[in-house]
Design a protein around this ligand. Structure first.
Ligand code: NAP
Length: 254
């Protein structure tokens, strides 16, 4: 590889880490790397990272394979959210076909319980919904739009639901307060929110990361339980847990 043949890097994004990686890779590698970030298109006004931006699904594994071949992609960093399992599985399968493309998964570390926490760890949203009535009566639901349907059949629990954008379809959960907001959130605001809505249980996915961590500290301070949806299995293959480590992985390949 010579200086006039830049490496073509595709970042599968939708996370703060993906945006940081694009910014820092552009600064560190300059013309040595040509960056494209791919977003699913779930939010209406995403931040614009340096490099090219493409938005929307690829059309499954076959569509991604075509995209990788047409774009002559050399390196793929899957920096999608830890719960975005479909796109990660597709990336693993699409790159397995083409050995010239190297893939890395960047997954931020999960949250770990701290002293004073009362976590009820469950495998998925369905299990969280089944457990909820035994744990509390006013739930702060911060699971994202994809998991809301699991809570529709829950009885005897009122919901305060936080979303980044208003839902595309009306929420059909009983006794619902909708709270719009995008992280980072701070501890004082999270504590005030729990009090204001008389929340007695927090439901969250174990996304990890600092931007939305304050709700856990607020739950700890208020001594309320947390129904914690555990991480799905990570994609196969090489994996790092920081932007620094992903940059070093790229550096070894330019
Ligand atoms: P998913 O279930 O794993 O993916 C569903 C489909 O969406 C994929 O098969 C793919 O469509 C498309 N897709 C997902 N991410 C894409 C990307 N970065 N670029 C192009 N297409 C993408 O994903 P999800 O859980 O709905 O998450 C969607 C996006 O939101 C991801 O980029 C993720 O990083 C971000 N996000 C997710 C969560 C979460 O809790 N799941 C939280 C915060 C942010 P095709 O098969 O047509 O290619």
């Amino acid at each position: 590889m010579t200086a006039d043949q830049p490496r073509r890097l595709l970042i599968l994004g939708g996370t703060g880490e993906a945006a940081a990686l694009a910014t820092r890779a552009a600064a560190r590698f300059g013309d040595q790397v040509r960056i494209t970030t791919s977003l699913a298109g779930r939010t209406s006004a995403p931040a614009t990272p340096p490099g090219a931006l493409r938005i929307g699904g690829f059309g499954g594994v076959a569509g991604m394979r075509r995209y990788l071949a047409d774009g002559a992609i050399d390196l793929l960093v899957d920096a999608t959210h830890p719960f975005a399992t479909q796109i990660s599985a597709n990336a693993a399968e699409a790159t397995a076909w083409e050995s010239a493309i190297q893939r890395l998964a960047l997954l931020r570390p999960p949250w770990r319980p701290q002293p004073g926490d009362d976590w009820r760890i469950v495998a998925d949203a369905e299990e969280a919904a089944a457990l909820l009535p035994a744990v509390g009566s006013v739930a702060f639901l911060t699971v994202g739009p994809g998991e809301l349907a699991a809570f529709r059949s829950v009885e005897g629990v009122a919901f305060a639901i936080r979303m980044i954008e208003p839902p595309a379809e009306p929420l059909t959960l009983q006794e619902t307060v909708l709270i719009l907001g995008k992280g980072p959130f701070d501890l004082a605001d999270e504590r005030a929110l729990l009090q204001q809505h008389r929340i007695d249980v927090l439901v969250t996915k174990n996304s990890g990361g600092a931007a939305t961590e304050a709700k856990l500290a607020a739950a700890r301070a208020a001594q309320i339980p947390v129904v914690m949806i555990d991480r799905p299995a990570p994609p196969p293959g090489p994996r790092v847990d920081s932007v620094d480590a992903a940059l070093d992985w790229i550096a070894a390949r330019v």
